[in-house]
Design a protein around this ligand. Structure first.
Ligand code: S3P
Length: 438
């Protein structure tokens, strides 16, 4: 039985101006890093969503006082962490468990990090390997959660990451805060750099140049006072929908435009999308601005190589929908990471879009699509993956007839109010909870 479903019809143009919820990556980090600071961190625009709430509860279970002034406004009273009385539950949050593991590795008490059955299927060896090199004492279920972390003395290392992952980079740098000596992380491509920016703003001795970050522990971290910018990864669904739906003209304000995140923008522009970008300033050390997207005729494109793939890693489900309606061939390579996200996003998206009549050729590290294709509404399933739920909803806004996106509640893992935002822009979308269309 589906908890919630979105019932979507084609036909209406999207128009108007809106904001998107706070950046998920930054929202995880601000509660974790704020907990480590000496003093009081003030946060506005915090993303109150499934994934980030799991990080917040874990931080509270570590004895940190957090005052909740409103849904999106928090005060984090940083200081010393205390041993948790039970396993920390990160639910579905990969960023939550991997970053927290880096912090826990350096604490003088034991902890266990766990999550949902979905999180227990995601690989943890990628963080366990470097953390063990630093001296961490971690027991896992054969490389998967639960992770039991015992106290250990850590030493700084140089780690050449086998993959460009911000979660791995961050886990190592966070452990580095508690290590003897400097920690150097070298990434093969530009993974998102929110950890480096935030630690720097807190007074950490961290230098990032090119693909290398060097952190030298220098005592305590200063607290922060920040407003979390809007999440480009949430904006992505609105951008793709506006570009694909005839007559649309949508403006998004206050969006994080950090270039380590905006690979999809580059891909859409290369496809001929009519999107204008206006940078308006800095928020929390991140460039923010306005995006205006109008309906455009797209042509197929090729996406491959660490330089772009990592910068749009969360946006491939939405990109897949855009590629279906572009003229000619679109090819994605070097994106095998998609297979170990919340779901295997290549297989799940290809399977679900097939139900709408799409023809997508899966490859080991990506996919090929020849467009434009004609989709017909049908019942599709999110597989409890937020980005799949939202991408299928966008596909449903273009497919002929009615599309029912089952198990759509997970959209709230990163974009609370996704359906309401779409409806406000003019989308023909209904929310059923519980889902009547089974
Ligand atoms: C994230 C890093 C990325 C991204 C995830 C958020 C982060 O994961 O896919 O949604 O906040 O550090 P990887 O580090 O596994 O690429």
């Amino acid at each position: 039985m589906s908890d919630t479903c979105f019932v979507v019809q084609a036909g209406s143009a999207l128009s108007g101006s809106t904001t998107v919820p706070g950046d998920k990556s930054i929202s995880h980090r601000v509660v974790m890093f704020g907990a480590l600071a000496q003093g009081v961190t003030q946060v506005r625009g915090w993303l109150a969503a499934g994934d980030t709430e799991a990080s917040l509860s874990s931080i509270q279970a570590l004895g940190v006082q957090v005052d909740r002034h409103s849904t999106n406004e928090l005060t984090v009273h940083g200081g010393t962490l205390q041993a948790p009385s039970k396993p920390l539950d990160l639910v579905n949050a990969g960023t939550g468990i991997r970053l927290l593991a880096g912090i826990m590795a350096g604490q003088p008490f034991a902890s266990t990090l766990d999550g949902s059955s979905q999180l227990r299927r995601r690989p943890m060896t990628r963080i366990i390997t470097p953390l063990e090199k630093m001296g961490a004492n971690i027991h896992s279920a054969d490389g998967y959660a639960p992770l039991n972390i015992q106290p250990a003395e850590l030493r700084g290392i140089r780690y050449d990451m086998p993959m460009a992952s911000a979660q791995v980079k961050s886990a190592v740098l966070l452990a580095g805060l508690f290590a003897r000596g400097a920690t150097i992380v070298v990434q093969p491509g530009p993974a998102r750099d929110h950890t480096e920016r935030m630690l720097y703003s807190m007074g950490a001795d961290i230098a990032a140049e090119g693909n290398t970050a060097v952190l030298t522990p220098n005592g305590s971290l200063n607290p922060m006072d920040l407003t979390v910018p809007g999440d480009f990864s949430s904006a992505a669904f609105l951008l793709v929908a506006a570009v694909l739906i005839s007559g649309s003209d949508v403006t998004l304000t206050g969006v994080n435009l950090n270039q380590t995140r905006t690979g999809l923008l580059d891909a859409l522009l290369a496809m001929g999308a009519d999107i204008t970008v206006t940078e308006t300033g800095l928020e929390a050390g991140e460039p923010v601005g306005m995006l205006r997207a109008r309906h455009s005729v797209l042509k197929g494109t090729e996406v491959g190589g660490d330089d772009i793939v990592v910068r749009m890693i969360d946006e491939f489900p939405a990109f897949m929908v855009a590629a279906l309606f572009a003229e000619g061939e679109s090819v994605v390579r070097d994106a095998q990471e998609l297979r170990v996200k919340e779901t295997d996003r290549i297989a799940v998206m290809a399977t679900e879009l097939l139900k709408l009549g799409a023809n997508i050729t899966e490859t080991e590290d990506g996919f090929r699509i020849f467009g434009p294709q004609t989709l017909t509404g049908a019942a599709v399933d999110s597989h409890d993956d937020h980005r799949v739920a939202m991408s299928l909803t966008v596909a449903g806004l273009i497919a002929g007839g009615e599309t029912v996106v089952m198990d759509a509640k997970c959209a709230g893992d990163s974009f609370p109010g996704f359906a309401e935002t779409m409806i406000a822009l003019g989308a023909n979308l209904g929310v059923q909870a519980p889902c009547a269309a089974q």
